[in-house]
Design a protein around this ligand. Structure first.
Ligand code: ATR
Length: 272
């Protein structure tokens, strides 16, 4: 039976084994998917041990996504742009690194929320790893404009410089939270502020009528950012859909089959 796993530290909380088991059952794929706790200083060894045991691929989560990008012998274009890897394929030619996080976010917006990105004004809050990973997949959907706002503006400017050459020229720009100009159809919170129950200090005037507000975090109740967005008329989405969709992308990469995600998303939602 083909074996897969998710590496992280900590890893006990990971929902990936449950998600992939559901996809495997649904598509009739004969595979096994487990959690692997890798020591903080022993990620590469843990990957090599899994390959030696016959592992075919793996997901990678905190804190190993950057190290996974260095370990891979080849990177997909989107993994290179993200500077991070969440999916590894162990092929005869070596370790291939991909990043399905951004495609997962885009699939959740376009397919699950049924909000097209094409022609829309998109605002990304944050400029860390989570945001870097979603810029290219968003640009591929041709938004009218993509603004990256961050507490540390220089980090947002670095991203603009990087993505100008990857289809973002004239579309992507950077600013501070205080300098966000105009209204947006899609506002995505990719900052770590929700972890400490904080809201990035943005004006409520950023939400265009009918705006979609999405937080990459999720929990049993809406994040403080989503509560703020709800008070200003936005429709809400948390990061659970992104989680389920990034897993579907990885599953497709490994098995060549696209799983249906709606029932799995509902099952996870009911368990929160
Ligand atoms: P990740 O890989 O999860 O994106 P990261 O690279 O550490 O983590 O990035 C965290 C992001 O959240 C950054 O954009 C950070 O802003 P700075 O670049 O100015 O540090 C942002 N962030 C963290 N805490 C925040 C808060 N309380 N308010 C607003 N932004 C915050």
């Amino acid at each position: 039976m083909d074996r897969y796993c998710v590496f992280g530290n900590p890893i006990a909380h990971s929902k990936s084994p449950e998600i992939h088991a559901a996809y495997a059952a649904q598509t009739g794929q004969d595979m096994q998917y487990e959690r692997r706790l890798a020591p903080v200083d022993g990620f590469a060894e843990a990957v090599r041990a899994f390959i030696a045991e016959g592992g075919k691929g793996a997901n990678v989560t905190v804190p190993f996504k950057l190290e996974a990008a260095r370990l891979a012998q080849a990177l997909t274009i989107r993994a290179r742009a993200a500077g991070a890897v969440n999916t590894l394929v162990f092929s005869d030619d070596g370790i291939i690194g991909d990043n399905t996080d951004g495609a997962g976010l885009v699939a959740d917006i376009v397919n699950n929320a049924a909000v097209p990105i094409s022609g829309k004004r998109v605002l990304l809050l944050g400029a860390g790893g989570a945001v870097r990973g979603v810029v290219l997949p968003i640009l591929e959907h041709r938004p009218a404009r993509l603004v990256i706002a961050n507490r540390t503006v220089a980090k947002a400017e670095e991203l603009v410089e990087q993505f100008a050459a990857l289809g973002g020229e004239g579309v992507v720009s950077a600013c501070s939270f205080a300098d966000i100009d105009g209204q947006y159809d899609i506002v995505i919170n990719g900052t770590a502020a929700s972890l400490s129950a904080e809201v990035p200090p943005v004006s409520p005037s950023i939400f265009a009528p009918g705006c979609l507000a999405l937080d990459m975090m999720y929990g049993a109740s809406p994040t403080v950012f989503l509560q703020f967005a709800a008070r200003h008329g936005a429709q809400l989405r948390d990061g659970l859909g992104m989680l389920v969709e990034q897993a579907a992308e990885a599953f497709q990469l490994w098995r060549g089959v696209q799983p249906a995600t709606a029932d799995v998303l509902k099952q996870l939602r009911d368990q929160l």
